[in-house]
Design a protein around this ligand. Sequence first.
Ligand code: C5P
Length: 213
Amino acid sequence: MSWAALIPAAGSGERLGRGPKAAVAVGGLSLLQRAIKTLAPFVDEVIVALPAGLELDAEGARRIGGGATRQQSVLRLLEASTAEHVLIHDAARPFVPAEVIVRVKAAVLETGAASAALPCADTLVREDAGTYGETVERAGTWAVQTPQGFRRSDLLAAHHAALAAGYQATDDAGLLRRCGGQVALVMGDPRTFKVTTPGDLALAEALAARWEA
Ligand code: C5P
């Protein structure tokens, strides 16, 4: 049974404003290097999708060119791999405790597909023209993270179906579900937040000082 870690890292990092996000360093290591180092011990190969024309240090991984959207980058990664199972993980989430990866892999072997996620702790509200609109029942809501794990053939079929139907999804578990699949939720970790804004970067710097990369 073979596993690949597929890392979409071809985003422009617009909201962070520091150039391609995967290249941004925290604690002396780029987000991309952290993602590769974190996942490599759990898989047989690591493939990363990089922005076209960008030479990034991706030691320990095979590189391919990414697409115009995350979904396109993931499809290219799936097509570049021959592994039986895949872990999809955003380069923008540099801190993943080993036990989360172990939980996702175990759930994939048991059920076929799984995503790390965290139960929502905040009150959830839908905006009403800039004001506090209707609250969303919090019980049973989760914030979705990566890694997400799949049988590669299942996720590839879902991506091809999504392409044909014009579906857009911001994550692969959502895409698989939209195509009729079921995805187990497993407990993620608050440290696996996505580095999106300059504030997140400050948090990541603080965490990196205590993290064994
Ligand atoms: O934009 P967002 O933060 O949702 O991106 C999530 C992940 O998808 C990031 O790691 C980013 O580099 C990647 N991505 C990609 N190709 C794109 C856009 C985003 O690989 N065209």
